[in-house]
Design a protein around this ligand. Sequence first.
Ligand SMILES: [Zn+2]
Length: 229
Amino acid sequence: MRILYVFAHPDDESFGPGLAMADQAAAGHEVYLLTLSSGEASKERAWLGLTRRELADVRRRELHAAGRELGLAGVRVMRFPDGRLRTYAGRARRVILSTLRAIRPQVAVGFPDDGINGHPDHVYAHRALRNAWLTWRAHQIHPVRLAYVQVPADAAPPGVQGMAAGEADVEHLASSEALLRCEQALLCHRSQAAVIEAYRPLEGLRGRVWFSLEGEPQDAPLTDLSAGL
Ligand SMILES: [Zn+2]
C-alpha cells in the first residue's frame, strides 16, 4: 500500500506521526512525505546565525535524514514560505494534487482542521490537502482514505483540547522499534534541538498515534490506518 503524508514544516512528521510512519514502512508499505515549507522562519535561526536561505537548506537536509530513519520511500520538501502558507494555499493545493496523481496513494494523511496546535500553516496545509484530495478522489475507482493526525487529550500541548479516548477512528500503537526510529528521526532535526528538548513531543504520547478519517466514522477504532482498504 502507498501512504502519503502531507505536513507544513520539517519536523512535523517526527513530533508523533513518525511513530506510525516507521511501523508502516517496516510493514512493507511505501510511505511518502510531502512537506510544504522548508521551515526557514524558525525562531532558532537567531542563535544559529543563519540566513533564511541557509536555514532552509539545513532543515531540508535534516528532514531527508529523518526520512531515512523512518524508512520512507520518498521525501519531497517544497519552498513555500514558512509562516505564510495562507497566501500560497492555491499553489500548495496544486502541488498536492500533482503529488497525489504521481504517487496514487491509497491513504493520504495530514493535519486536522485545527492544525492540532492552531498554527496557521498547519491549518492551511489541512485545507490544501483536503481540497486536493476531494478533487483527486472523485476520479478514483478503488477506495481511498483521507486521515488526520489527532493528539490524545492527555498528551495535548497547552491550549489544545486533544481527542478523548474512544473518539479516534484509528488508534495506532507503535512498536518499540518504531519508537526508537522516531526518536532518531527527531534527533536528525538538530537545528530544532532546543525546541524538541523543551517539548519532548514523544513522551506524553506513550507510543500512540491517533487518526480521524474523512467521511468514514468508525464504531470502534481501527488499529491500522490501512485496515479495510
Ligand atoms: Zn509545524
